[in-house]
Design a protein around this ligand. Structure first.
Ligand SMILES: Cc1ncc(COP(=O)(O)O)c(C=O)c1O
Length: 367
């Protein structure tokens, strides 16, 4: 991977799902310092002080109580997913995913030896009838879902769908892993609470991360859950041997949370990304009109665009790059290879002028 603070002068790369380097709040970190205890092996679930501070912010942000003892500190969401895979993998095990899905999660599951089965989505998320049938058919190790500002489609599961999904997981005793890294990146309305808050007795784990709401270089995230699953993760050999993860970074981020500086920065990010998403949305609508289908983002990082005539977007990528623009073809986000006439565009990595130029270039590619 190239260093993630450099952008090409020639190519506007809307595949890149990272924060704009200019929005990484390096000044916030200058005045922070560490205590001796931050340099020691930490508590297995992560620093008690940090989990308390994190739980207070999450309670406020979610509008639902989150207790410190429901949280396990990780090195970001990818690390959390990998720990869950490590806990639940068995020879021949299946994971059920949404189609389309976060493409790197698909890679991770395959690398961990899982059989990956893609299930259809409607405009409220994963289709429950298909999910129920697949649970019967495959007896999966877990279901992987992105309930909020879905990567790549931007869909947010409404409250009723979430209730029904968690109820199904509880009834079938099937582990439900919710990747909720965009939960706090809402532009206007707060989304419904993360899935782990719906039923403390259901086998649900919600994953959060500071990558998109502060800085990915912190490699800091968490798993929210209760009961047996969280207990098994916390008592894994990895944490028994190494102590809790991220004692240094969690101390730094904990200080920013306690001072309210993290929260002010997040408000700024929400406003900035809202304006960018609007610029990209408006640019696409004015370039393509009714040739495309797309939904105005309510949060997150991505816009999902589908050509209504079913044209093959995937095969135009080289031509697009030659014209100075890049996108993620939908089929690369699909475990079933579908969605060749769709593309995922990230609006977080560039400011408005580049997003508008990108729309002009996409217009040339697909005219
Ligand atoms: C849905 C989803 N999960 C996880 C990640 C990675 O998160 P982290 O940087 O915390 O590992 C991303 C980043 O693009 C993402 O979109």
């Amino acid at each position: 991977m190239t260093l993630q603070v450099t952008r090409s002068n020639h190519l506007i790369d809307l595949t890149t799902g990272h924060p704009d380097p200019d929005l990484l709040p390096v000044d916030l970190f200058r005045s922070l310092s560490l205590e001796r205890q931050n340099l020691a092996y930490g508590q297995q679930a992560g620093s008690d002080l940090f989990r308390q501070t994190l739980s207070e912010w999450l309670t406020e942000d979610y509008g639902q109580p989150v207790n410190a003892d429901e949280l396990l500190v990780t090195n970001g969401a990818s690390n959390a997913l990998d720990m869950i895979c490590s806990l639940l993998s068995q020879p021949g095990a299946t994971v059920l995913v949404e189609d389309p899905c976060y493409f790197i999660a698909l890679k991770l599951f395959k690398a961990r030896g899982f059989n990956v089965v893609a299930l259809p989505m409607d405009n409220e998320g994963i289709e429950l009838q298909a999910l129920e049938q697949a649970i019967e058919q495959y007896n999966p190790a877990f279901i992987y879902t992105i309930p909020c500002f879905h990567n790549p489609t931007g869909i947010t599961q409404p409250h009723r769908r979430r209730q029904a999904l968690v109820k199904l997981a509880a009834e079938k005793q099937c582990v439900l892993v919710a990747d909720e890294v965009y939960q706090s990146l809402y532009f206007d309305q707060k989304p419904p609470a993360p899935l782990a808050s719906y039923d403390r007795n259901a086998p649900v784990l919600s994953i959060g991360s500071f990558s998109k709401i502060l800085a990915p270089g912190m490699r800091l995230g968490w798993i929210q859950g209760s009961g047996e699953l969280l207990h098994r993760l916390t008592n894994s050999a990895l944490l028994f041997s190494g102590g809790g993860l991220a004692p240094v970074t969690s101390a730094l981020v904990g200080a920013l949370l306690a001072r309210g500086e993290f929260q002010s920065n997040l408000t700024h990010l929400r406003q900035t990304y809202a304006a960018r998403s609007e610029a990209l949305y408006d640019g696409l609508v004015s370039t393509f009109g009714d040739q495309i289908q797309l939904k105005k983002p309510d949060g997150g990082y991505f816009l999902w665009v589908s050509f209504v005539d079913g044209r093959d977007v995937a095969s135009k990528r080289d031509q697009a790059r030659a014209l100075g623009v890049n996108y993620l073809p939908g089929n690369l986000c699909s475990a079933s290879g579908q969605f060749r006439s769709s593309m995922r565009l990230c609006f977080a990595w560039y400011p408005q002028p580049q997003l508008i130029t990108a729309c002009d270039r996409l217009g040339l590619v697909f005219s």
